[in-house]
Write a protein that binds this ligand. Structure first.
Ligand code: CP
Length: 335
């Protein structure tokens, strides 16, 4: 079906979306609508007084069962700029520490007045579980296990579009631990739906086996994203002609679990340094979702060099999350 429909004309009506769980069912038009709303929010962030009353009377609860700096802080800041009441709950501060189930915690937060629950959880599928149980509140997935991190992918799309004015046709290299990366998975859905040529790169042990098998069909909604993705195990080859390189964090556990021989060997072959960066196009963008291991997957010179938009990603994350909070609450109500 997706091959026959124009992706912009065939946007399912946005007002029916109550939750943001992943990008696997996002059409291009809906994503563009979010990115356009983010532009408007970015303008608000540039004002002298960064406060508008749009979400006054709304309650946003962040429920984080895993550590986070960027995502949690940006949701809190986004809610506060829009004048929402924001309440932050961590694992140790909730009754989950006393054995309460995730669903009962979510139902309790809804009963207490939450309009949006932003959840990060180590188990894949946790946000889906609570979204199915809630009658009124919206759920935003802020990262579930190795499965998905849709708001990170959307802010990455926004950062790319801001730099190039488009995403269609760009060569985007995602390099690192693809196997365990929720950021990579959500970006694959988002980037391919927006028409990017995606190359995933890493040691064979850190690339999911199914990605190495050719797929048929179209990319994006209702199609398999891997149909338009290339797999490359040489970072030098991957970098050739790249418009964007997205570096992923290499977790020490991968070395300890035997998936890579040593961190030193990994860095020798896969660290994005100035020499490898020079193989890409001259105006290549360097991205990293954070937190970074400087000196492992990326050199300090590249992480803080002129091509790096890593700090822009963080700023854009606030505007993007403002857009999502607005669209799930006020904007939906108005239709
Ligand atoms: N990118 C990201 O999810 O970072 P945090 O873990 O700091 O939220």
């Amino acid at each position: 079906m997706s091959q026959l429909l124009d992706p912009i004309e065939s946007v399912p009506s946005y007002e029916r979306r109550r939750h943001i769980l992943d990008l696997d069912d996002f059409y291009r038009g809906e994503t563009e609508q979010i990115l356009n709303t983010t532009d408007a929010m970015k303008e608000v962030m540039g004002r002298d007084i960064r406060k508008i009353p749009t979400l006054r009377g709304k309650t946003i609860i962040t429920l984080f069962y895993e550590p986070s700096t960027r995502t949690r802080v940006s949701f809190e800041e986004a809610g506060k700029i829009l004048s929402a009441d924001v309440i932050n709950i961590g694992l140790s501060g909730s009754s989950a520490a006393k054995g309460e189930s995730l669903v009962n915690t979510a139902l309790t937060l809804q009963a207490a007045g939450a309009d949006v629950i932003v959840v990060r959880h180590p188990d894949a599928g946790a946000p889906y579980l609570i979204a199915r149980q809630l009658e009124h509140a919206s759920v935003i997935n802020a990262g579930d296990g190795s499965h998905a991190h849709p708001t990170q992918a959307l802010l990455d799309l926004y950062t790319i579009r801001s730099a190039f004015g488009r995403i269609q046709g760009l060569r985007v290299v995602i390099t690192g631990d693809i196997l365990h990366s929720r950021v990579a998975r959500s970006n694959l859905w988002g980037l391919t739906a927006m028409g990017a040529q995606v190359v995933v790169c890493g040691p064979p042990t850190l690339i999911p086996m199914e990605m190495s098998i050719p797929h048929s069909g179209s990319a994006g909604p209702l199609g398999h994203p891997m149909s338009s993705v290339t797999v490359e195990t040489s970072l030098e080859k991957a970098m050739y002609g790249a418009d964007v390189v997205m570096v992923l964090r290499l977790q020490e556990e991968r070395f300890l679990s035997g998936l890579i021989p040593s961190l030193r060997e990994y860095s020798r072959l896969y660290q994005l340094d100035e020499e490898r960066l020079a193989m890409a196009k001259p105006n290549v963008l360097v991205m990293h979702p954070g937190p970074m291991n400087e000196g492992i997957e990326i050199s300090s010179a590249v992480a803080h060099g002129v091509q790096s938009v890593i700090q822009n990603q963080v700023t854009n994350g606030v505007a993007l999350r403002m857009a999502l909070l607005y669209m799930l609450t006020v904007s939906n109500q108005d239709r």
